[in-house]
Design a protein around this ligand. Structure first.
Ligand SMILES: [Fe+2]
Length: 246
């Protein structure tokens, strides 16, 4: 399995308390069959550059420790970016490491604003396309507007954004309403990938496993594996293997 959305770096919000905890989290994921992880820290300061540099150096230290322990799991740095002016500025200034490519566009895990989905969301996605950026919307099934009405996502999908479904939500760990929405994302074929969005204390591999099993009960084994292997690999594998500048 590949996990494209995981808060695995210590020193960033929601991440493990220290490097040892990060190491254990990754080794645990690896033992559950996770072959590669994209670290997606939140960058909270307005200038993304120093935070990206910190993430890259922290990731390198983590990978170095993993190699000492004999683990060959791949880890790369991207980010989880909140939709808004700061992200737009960072995109223009080329300060947003991507997790991979989709149809020639650099893929960014993108959070919807907490309050409301912006009315101009389609224009924003279209602008991102002009910058060769493709948003992968993080955990859309948990957003209050989506809980109210799934149809708000239709123009988002039509505009070319990708949707991620959260493994834990699909397994019922966010309550029945979000679970129902996550199920509907699968039934409509709107979810491109499944991710763990694991934070400190979560077991990313176990989450992906229970999420995949829940998906298999809805869309079948093969399609469920596509969510955690085939499609994430299509997006991120060249990046993880160092064959892309994305
Ligand atoms: Fe996240």
């Amino acid at each position: 399995m590949l996990d494209l959305h995981c808060h695995i770096l210590p020193g960033f919000p929601g991440g493990p308390v220290d490097m040892e905890a990060a190491l254990q989290l990754v080794l645990s994921a690896s033992s559950r069959g996770v072959a590669a992880i994209v670290a997606t820290p939140h960058f909270l300061e307005s200038d993304f550059r120093p935070q990206v540099q910190q993430a890259v150096s922290t990731c390198a230290a983590l990978v170095s420790r993993l190699r000492v322990r004999g683990s060959l799991i791949d880890i790369q740095v991207s980010g989880e970016y909140r939709l808004g002016q700061r992200l737009a500025r960072a995109i223009v200034m080329d300060q947003t490491p991507a997790l991979g490519l989709h149809e020639g566009r650099r893929v960014l895990v993108t959070q919807l604003p907490e309050a409301r989905i912006p009315r101009n969301i389609v224009s924003v996605i279209e602008w991102m396309a002009t910058q060769r950026i493709c948003p992968l919307i993080a955990c859309p099934e948990q957003h209050r507007d989506v809980l109210r009405d799934l149809q708000v996502l239709e123009p988002v999908v039509a505009a070319g954004a990708l949707l991620e479904v959260n493994a834990g939500t699909l397994a019922g760990r966010r309550g029945p309403y979000a679970q129902r929405r996550s199920r509907e994302l699968l039934e409509r074929g709107w979810a491109t990938v499944m991710s763990s969005n694991a934070h400190a204390g979560d077991a990313a591999g176990a989450l992906l496993e229970v999420g995949r099993e829940a998906a298999a009960a809805i869309i079948g084994e093969s399609a469920a594996w596509d969510l955690v292997w085939k499609r994430p690999a299509q997006i991120a594998a060249p990046h993880l293997l160092g064959r892309s500048k994305a």
